[in-house]
Design a binder for this molecule. Structure first.
Ligand code: ATP
Ligand code: MG
Length: 472
């Protein structure tokens, strides 16, 4: 399977492009990566840092990781370094550990079809750096660098970086036909970097968007999360315009075309959602909750005789839809659980007595309350000016009630109760689901009246519970 293609050009062919927009035309490479490049050179090989780290260095961004590309075969890499891990050996990737830091070292390769996997189905190793750079998705991701050769930029990546353009390497239609995920990656990079997508590249996306359906949910999830957690979540609008969201998130298209004729709103559901995403910190749960909080509005919209829109029940229907969508994207259960709670309670506006505030904290869960307040605040800022001050004051009051509960170490969850499962069992309540049930019952009593969180009182309630169960 691993055919070694002949080097297509002498190494010097691409040397000497030293346009790099940095001090002394140099990228400062971490010592571990530098060491790997030098060790490989000592053994007669060539190696470069490549891809995202070169792009980010030129932009003055902090690279997430430093990938190395080399003409050495995996076995050759493994023979040189004492600590290596076969990360993706069949795709040419060996992880080299230098002083407890991991670097992925990948042999120059030509990719076969990507099919459904994270990696191409089969790869061909090559001794040509050019071939390796050619298989990469975008010009800005297809540059390599080492101190000896400087920046190797065969496809105008530096120019595109300067102009702020995401452009496919080579023919975009061909490149997106090889791997449809690249279309969503184009949108993701445009959102992370604030770049525009080059015209032909975007046109190819619009044509081939339906083929994203071939790509696995796991791969789509990675790109969607990076996109919505970027500095430009508003690029979700282009995701719809490109036709891509129709494949993995048709609910989004419906949100963008759902008008809201109400004094509370000045945007359609989709654009309101974008403003809310921009208004919350870029964490996975908050951005997902912002993205999905009004997902059920198109389905729950009812227009009254005066032409005003109402969206009764959209938070609870939204929580159900959010769950289905996040399962579709194969998100983890903890994330799904928290986001669904935030969606369900985002519009909760009880009369703000301390008791009602306690009830809300209990229902959403004490650990999720801070995020709920953040989401509610951003939600208001994404609405019209109507009653804005009052709406924000309300949230601040809820926040202060909540913080007061924390300061007073109020009992808000089962583990804060002055009795526990052992006590319930000692009372003769059998081990099993009943223990959880009775403790939840006690908690509800305490939420209603905090003074009830006394051992003697709660033991009395346990006794009553046991007796009433016995008489059932
Ligand atoms: P990030 O900062 O998010 O890690 P990145 O550019 O490093 O961004 P990765 O997904 O880590 O992105 O991929 C590393 C490099 O591998 C890319 O810069 C690109 O050169 C190449 N690459 C990754 N995925 C693809 C793909 N689907 N098609 C072609 N090239 C790809
Ligand atoms: Mg990377």
């Amino acid at each position: 399977m691993f055919v070694l293609a002949a080097a297509s050009r002498p190494r010097s062919w691409y040397i000497g492009v030293r346009l790099i927009n940095m001090d002394n035309n140099k990228i400062v490479i971490p010592s571990g990566a530098q060491f790997i490049i030098e060790e490989l050179a000592k053994h007669g090989h060539v190696a470069y840092v490549v891809g995202g780290c070169v792009r980010d260095s030129v932009l003055g961004r902090n690279p997430a990781d430093w990938d190395i590309t080399t003409d050495a075969l995996p076995e050759e890499v493994k023979a040189i370094f004492p600590v290596t891990i076969d990360t993706g050996i069949e795709h040419g990737t060996v992880t080299v550990r230098i002083k407890h830091v991991s670097y992925e070292v990948t042999t120059y390769r030509i990719d076969g079809d990507y099919e459904d996997g994270r990696h191409p189905k089969d790869v061909t190793f090559t001794r040509s750096l050019e071939e390796d750079l050619k298989r990469r998705d975008f010009t800005i991701n297809a540059m390599a660098y080492n101190d000896t050769d400087g920046l190797v930029d065969l496809f105008g990546g530096l120019e595109d970086l300067k102009a702020g353009v995401v452009r496919a390497v080579g023919n975009p239609t061909e490149r997106f036909s090889e791997d449809a995920l690249r279309m969503l990656r184009a949108l993701r990079f445009s959102a992370q970097l604030g770049f525009e997508i080059e015209k032909e590249t975007f046109a190819a996306i619009r044509t081939l968007a339906p083929t994203l359906a071939k790509v696995s949910a796991e791969r789509i999830q990675v790109e969607v999360l990076k996109l919505i957690c970027s500095d430009h979540p508003e690029r979700m609008e282009q995701v719809a315009m490109s036709g891509l969201s129709a494949v993995f998130f048709p609910e989004w298209d419906a949100m963008l075309s759902c008008k809201q004729a109400t004094v509370h709103h000045c945007y359609d559901v989709g654009h309101h959602t974008i403003v809310v995403m921009q208004g919350v910190p870029a964490t996975k749960t908050l951005r997902l909750a912002a993205l999905l909080h009004d997902v059920a509005k198109p389905l729950s919209k009812k227009t009254d005789k005066k032409g005003l829109d109402h969206f009764v029940g959209h938070p609870s229907l939204g929580a159900e839809m959010a769950k289905e969508i996040m399962r579709r994207w194969k998100l983890d259960n903890a994330t799904i659980d928290e986001v669904c709670r935030l969606v369900r309670y985002h519009d909760e506006r009880p009369e703000l007595t301390p008791r009602n505030a306690r009830r809300l904290v209990h229902r959403i869960g004490v650990d999720y309350m801070e995020n709920l307040l953040v989401l509610q605040h951003a939600d208001v800022l994404g609405q019209s000016d109507f009653q804005r001050e009052e709406k924000l004051e309300r949230i601040e009051l809820l926040r202060s009630l909540y913080h007061q509960m924390l300061e007073e170490e109020a009992c808000l969850q089962i583990r804060d109760l002055k009795v526990n499962g052992q006590d319930a069992m000692a009372m003769g309540i059998p081990k099993g689901p009943q223990i959880g049930e009775v403790l939840e019952y006690l908690l509800q009593q305490v939420i209603e009246e905090p003074a009830r969180n006394e051992r003697e009182y709660l033991m009395g309630v346990l006794e009553q519970w046991k007796n009433s169960e016995a008489n059932r």
